[in-house]
Design a protein. Structure first.
Length: 355
């Protein structure tokens, strides 16, 4: 099963909004006969790849798969049909697929056909792997990544707002890799004005992230790199309906404007719209006020923090997270499953909220 989970992870960025799935076929003697993973959205599922690789050796064998096999026609035929045709006698799976058209039905179909089914092997690992998929199904919202680079003394820019570049080349390379598997990269108006970022993945990754700017007032620069490249790479601007007219020029240059018909531009409205579009992973890249709102509301799921061995100083230099914050240390957000990796001279810390 751990081999199947490793295979599944190779689909990251390629298969969303589908789940990542890996499969291994053992022949009747328990020897590896075939393996596969879901490689691209709309294409064959992991079970089909593994069964095709195993060929006749699958007959009487065991299928080990990280998620309940589908039993419905979608973009591809039901995997349960392929499993039965191949003569598989046993199926071991990590977890039930909560997708409404599957949700235990695939398991029941296999059992009715006389297949022995085992459920729950490495379930925690499988759930962690597909946490974004599971969240989208459960809440209708994407998995929210928060990413920032900061100095050793916790600053994201100098007191004059200069921030290029805090982190080194290896960290920046990792950021581009992260962007390349996102459905959207999000910044606030302040970061847009201060940095004039491009927000693309270089080189391109498996996904083309929409570049998103949040501006309740609709006041954005007339000339900037996002606007100049809006016809090449998607740009989405969120603003209040009353101020959408201010972005007409952006629309004419290829950007999409989402007008929120409320009294305030809330992160709830933004995330609900992302969910409507079936975005699975979105990454917020700043600035301080936006991160403050995100964390005050408890909306961030995963954190990517790049710490450079530099001291910036300055009472008025921004820290990464603004907002109201917490009054007591006991109420501070504690990250779990934390890992630290050395990237050049920087430290890359990755962790998850406890939700």
């Amino acid at each position: 099963m751990r081999k199947a989970l490793a295979l599944a992870a190779q689909g990251r960025g390629h298969v969303e909004p589908n789940p990542m799935v890996g499969a291994v076929v053992l022949d009747s003697a328990g020897q590896l006969a075939g393996e596969g993973w879901h490689k691209k959205f709309g294409e064959a599922h992991a079970e089909v790849h593994a069964l095709n690789a195993a060929g006749e050796r699958a007959n009487g064998g065991t299928l080990v798969v990280t998620l309940e096999p589908c039993c419905h026609w979608g973009k591809t035929p039901p995997c349960t049909d392929a499993i039965l045709r191949a003569g598989i006698k046993r199926v071991a799976l990590s977890m039930v697929d909560p997708f409404p058209q599957v949700a235990g039905i695939g398991i029941a179909l296999l059992k009715t056909a006389g297949v022995e089914v085992h459920i729950g092997l490495c379930e925690a690992e499988a759930r962690a792997l597909n946490a974004p998929y599971l969240k989208l199904l459960r809440t209708g919202r994407p998995w929210v990544h928060a990413k920032w680079a900061m100095s050793l003394d916790g600053k994201i820019a100098t007191r004059t707002s200069d921030s290029q570049w805090i982190s080194g080349d290896e960290s920046q390379k990792r950021v581009h890799e992260l962007r390349g598997r996102m459905d959207a990269v999000v910044i606030g108006r302040g970061t847009m004005v201060a940095d004039d970022p491009l927000l693309t993945a270089r080189p391109p990754g498996p996904r083309l992230a929409a570049r998103v700017v949040l501006s309740a007032t609709g006041e954005l620069p007339e000339r900037c790199r996002l606007r100049m490249t809006a016809r090449k790479t998607p740009v989405i601007l969120f603003t209040l309906a009353a101020n959408a007219h201010r972005l007409q020029g952006w629309t004419e240059d290829g950007a999409e404007v989402v007008a929120v018909d409320d009294n305030a531009l809330t992160l709830d409205a933004v995330l609900n719209e992302f969910g409507r579009r079936r975005f699975t992973n979105v990454m917020f890249e700043g600035g301080s006020a936006l991160f403050g709102s995100l964390i005050d509301a408890g909306l961030a799921d995963e954190f990517h923090v790049f710490i450079a061995p530099k001291l910036i100083g300055g009472t008025n230099a921004l820290s990464p997270v603004g907002g109201a914050g917490t009054d007591r240390m006991i109420d501070a957000l504690s990250l779990h499953r934390v890992s630290v990796e050395k990237l050049g001279d920087d430290a890359y810390m990755r962790g998850f909220s406890a939700k």
